[in-house]
Design a protein around this ligand. Structure first.
Ligand code: 13P
Ligand code: SF4
Length: 327
């Protein structure tokens, strides 16, 4: 047996002893996806975390996802294998303190414009637009969710905005997802100016080049890409939405505009089809931090628990529950 298989067997044994389940996001390393009981997009993982029966959840993803699992299932121990696995976009909006802008992305130069000053906060934007509901993308910290009215994911953003009894909404923190929502609703969308450094880097030239190289392929893009990319794509959807789309499409080739980790699942579940990354460097370093070794370690030591204090958990759960009620 290879070292990797030995480690995998050890994890599976420990998992049973602890009555644990392993959840993994679609961007995780191949061996972590293969180990997981359930792999999915943010919405599917939230729904699974809310309903699963076990004592321990090992969350292979980034910290806001583990926080959401703990908010929804406070009676379970939620373990995050890598405490440093964060989502830089989630840190681009805060409830009160200054936000974090570019410090996480060595080698990536943001070419847009920030609309709000660095010390502008969620409370400031709420004050500027009193009474306007706040829709928080799940890629936010627990205290930001607690200060918001409802959450959304890339899979249900338009539906969530449409469900609100208001002609105007504030969408945080992703400027690209917000613009995509604005394009698909009649409501006025006030967008925060955060972005994902993995998706925001894609340019129209990348799309043209990929189409030239693969003329028969359909372009599928994640709504965290810039609006000009989304407008040029054949289909726009969440990571699991991409899986459903490529599986049901009669097309045989696809150019995938999201983190390259998804290609593993696309290929595995669609062996007769071809998948190409829109850009080879669409890699989220935080999603790649989790390894079999770190999963083993947290299950062995029962460390790295993610727990949200009750005064934040209860209002944050309201925002998540409101989203989960939308079918
Ligand atoms: P999905 O909800 O589509 O899986 O996206 C999560 C994410 O972090 C995208 O970068
Ligand atoms: Fe955050 Fe982007 Fe990584 Fe998703 S891919 S976790 S949005 S940095």
């Amino acid at each position: 047996m290879s070292d990797q298989n030995i480690l995998r067997e050890k994890i599976l044994k420990l998992k049973e002893q602890r009555n644990a389940i392993i959840l993994a996001h679609n961007y995780q390393r191949e061996e972590v996806q293969d180990l997981a009981d359930f792999t999915g997009d943010s919405l599917e993982l939230s729904r699974t975390a809310a309903g699963v029966k076990c004592d321990v959840i090992v969350f292979c993803g980034v910290n806001f996802m583990a926080e959401s699992a703990s908010i929804l299932s406070p009676d379970k121990k939620v373990l995050l294998p890598e405490t440093g696995a964060c989502c830089p976009m989630a840190d681009m909006i805060t409830v009160s303190g200054p936000r974090n802008l570019m410090t996480f992305f060595p080698g990536y130069k943001f070419t847009g414009e920030y609309i709000f000053p660095v010390d502008f906060t969620l409370r400031d934007i709420k004050k500027r637009y009193p009474g306007v509901p706040v829709v928080a993308y799940v890629n936010t910290t627990a205290d930001v969710k607690a200060e918001s009215d409802i959450c959304c994911t890339s899979a249900n953003g338009v539906k969530v905005v449409e469900s609100l009894n208001s002609d105007k909404v504030i969408c945080i923190p992703d400027r690209n997802l917000s613009r995509w929502i604005a394009k698909n609703t009649k409501k006025e969308v006030i967008a925060w100016d955060g972005f994902c450094h993995v998706h925001d880097r894609v340019t129209p030239e990348d799309v043209n080049k990929a189409r030239q190289e693969h003329p028969d392929a359909l372009v599928v893009a994640h709504p965290e890409c810039r609006i000009e990319i989304l407008e040029a794509a054949d289909h726009v959807t969440s990571t699991s939405g991409m899986l459903r789309f490529v599986t049901s499409s009669p097309a045989k080739e696809f150019i995938i505009g999201t983190e390259t980790g998804l290609l593993y699942r696309l290929k595995k579940e669609n062996p007769g089809k071809m998948f190409y990354p829109l850009r080879k460097d669409m890699i989220c370093p935080n999603m790649k931090k989790t390894t079999l070794q770190s999963v083993f370690k947290v299950l062995e030591t029962m460390t790295n628990e993610v727990k949200v204090p009750e005064d934040i958990r209860i209002p944050a759960k309201k925002s998540l529950d409101r989203m989960l009620e939308i079918k």
